[in-house]
Design a protein. Sequence first.
Length: 571
Amino acid sequence: MSIKNKLRAGIGFLFILALLCSGFAAYYLNQLSRDSKAILKDNYESIVYMKNIGRAMDVPAKNFADELRLKTIEANIVAEEHDITEPGEGPLAHSLHQLFDEYKQEANPEISAQLSLKMKDAVYGIMQLNMNAIQVKDKVANDTANRALIIIALIGSFCFLIGFSFMVNFPGYIATPIKELTESIIQIANKNYTNRLVFDSDDEFGELAEAFNQMAGKLSDFERSSLADVLFEKKRIETIINSMHDALIGLDDKQTIIFVNEVACNLMGLAQDKLIGQNATKVSEENDLLRNMLVNDNKKMKIYADNQESYFTKEVLDVTNEDKFIGKVIILKNITEFQQLDEAKTNFIATISHELKTPISSIKMSLKLLEDERIGKVNTEQKSLLENINDDTRRLLQITGELLDMAQVETGKIQLNFGSTHPKNIVDYAVKAVKFIADQRHVNIKVKCDESLPNVRADLDKTTWVLINLLSNAIKYSRENAEVELLVKKSKADTIEFSVKDHGKGIEQQYLSRIFDRYFKVPGASTEQTGTGLGLAIAKDFIEAQSGKISVDSEMGEGSRFFFLLPISLN
């Protein structure tokens, strides 16, 4: 029998017991009710009729033929004749009726008095007869109640004992196998695959025990067959990790070090057996490098190892299992050689730019002298050549200047002279610097800078250079007779926002994320517009070096808005 049917049988048995108790109780309650109704209906009403007759006969009458008294007596006699329930009650009622008839016809007071006494005797007899019957029926009702109490108590005790036994024993039939199953599952989780379940039943528990034992057997076979493979794979992975030239550290979700290769051990100066199995946070309290690896978010790290400075990039790989985080791997890649090449490139660019700046300046001076009419007049073709040379020289100076600035940024030697200045000073200087270019292209610069704005904490020269660069770009990308809007306002988080908006063709969304990258030029733009591709990159470095932020908003056909934020001066 299945567990479902066994549960149904057990609950059905309890239901039958409850129904049996209820049935017996209802039967005896019905008996008591019937006996009580018999007393009320059969005897009590007769006593009431006789009592009414007695009261009527005891009432003083003006004469023996008082109509109201006689009607009351006659009505109760008639009612009694219709309520004969006990043996002998009928003759007494009939005798009473005859005496009443004689009483009504008799005119002699003495005879009437005798008839009245006889009627009272008959009334008393009927009352006594019904009272005796009430006593007998009351005894019968009490006997019925006592018998019902005893029988219901016996049946209730029997049902209670059976129900209590069922309540104590039947849950164990369900709970005991589940408890044994839970304990066996714990044993399996602890890799005790020899554990087996034994249920002597042919229901679902028996099937469960058989399936569980099959599972335990297969797990045992799998454990024996795969253990060697697992150990081999573990050894192979450890060999691969130790042979890598990059430093690797593996952590679980609780920051426990699972593996670490020899390169990482050499960098941290700790043996492998002192790291594996230890909590990384605790070890980092005494190891600066590990602490920087866990806390520092910078991808580029400088480490002093093997008596020299080395550069590494940090990469953190999260390890997940079914979208659940179970650990991470920290990788340190040695980029010292690339860093040295980058520094050499930067120094070379700085040196060349610096060396080129002097002869270019000399060429510009010579051009100025050639343009002076006191030296001698030049014809139209010569003047055109001089103008071209002047433009190329100016362009070379701009390129060398930007390369020098970029070299300064890359070497981390940006020299900032912080001070407190009003935004209008920066705006006025920048607008004057680009006024000549704007007039040439017939571009109007609309400035809105409130005098009530607070001062900003910034490097005046660097910030002005950034604003000049943004204004120059806006003028280049604007049509003739267009307008460039320069707006300065107070922003959130105690900062001042400088924004430059043009009404050119705009920048496509796909290029906005790269607009501040070095050497990036928007495809399709002319050489005159794009320049070297370093201006915005340098502007970004200058602003961020001052704890600011620079960004751009643009839509095709609507123009572009470049803006940067600088902190308000607290002085």
